[in-house]
Design a binder for this molecule. Structure first.
Ligand SMILES: O=C(O)c1ccccc1N[C@@H]1O[C@H](COP(=O)(O)O)[C@@H](O)[C@H]1O
Length: 200
């Protein structure tokens, strides 16, 4: 079964939505983004979150100390590194680590072999930004990746394309942010439809 992560929660309403719809993971963005929140806001939101939903912190080129401070303060389960973090950086934490790789072409697949992390998040390459672009990539490039790796597929997923994405990549997790928003905020019906398409 493919698990679901809903990323970029910012508002109290978002917590109400996910508590009702029960994705497997939710993400809080500490990276620079329109979805960025600080550790105080994240902790407040997390206090209202259903205990069965795992909390992912999204970081991008933060110092190791800053990540550890936020992870402990917010009691994060998983650290998602979306910047240029190297293998040594990624192995500096006790938490589960997902490293994001931004796919432009097949060359990036060699890079995955340099990392010993719990999850490999495959997202779309877009110049000048680290993530949350709402753009998808050619999934065929990574169609074999989940044979020997825990794959989180991201980048432009929607309720319209997620079934095709799952069929081609067979990821362990699908991760969505832009595709379940209307006018920049999370939308209950879009999240519901997305989860329904993934879980059947
Ligand atoms: O969501 C963001 O704003 C963000 C900013 C910086 C780094 C990562 C970010 N989110 C991650 O981006 C991907 C793809 O999101 P989308 O569905 O294409 O909008 C996903 O892994 C988010 O966790």
């Amino acid at each position: 079964m493919t698990n679901v992560k809903i990323c970029g929660l910012k508002r109290e309403e978002d917590i109400i939505y996910v508590n009702k719809l029960k994705p497997d993971y939710v993400g809080f963005v500490f990276a620079k983004s329109s979805r960025q929140i600080d550790k105080y806001r994240a902790k407040k939101l997390i206090m209202g979150l259903d205990k069965g939903i795992k909390k992912v912190g999204v970081f991008s080129n933060h110092s190791i100390g800053k990540v550890k401070e936020i992870a402990e303060f917010c009691n994060l389960d998983i650290l998602q590194f979306h910047g240029d973090e190297d293998p040594i950086y990624c192995n500096s934490f006790e938490n589960t680590v997902w490293k994001a790789f931004r796919i432009k072409d097949g060359n990036i697949l060699k890079k995955l072999e340099e990392y010993d992390v719990d999850g490999f998040l495959l997202d779309t390459f877009a110049r000048g930004t680290y993530g949350g672009t709402g753009k998808s990539f050619d999934w065929k490039i990574v169609s074999n990746a989940s044979e020997n790796k825990f794959i989180i597929l991201a980048g432009g997923l929607t309720s319209e394309n997620v079934e095709d994405a799952i069929e081609i990549v067979k990821p362990q997790v699908v991760d969505v942010s832009s595709g379940v928003e209307v006018c920049g905020v999370k939308d209950f019906e879009k999240i519901k439809k997305f989860i329904k398409k993934v879980r059947g």
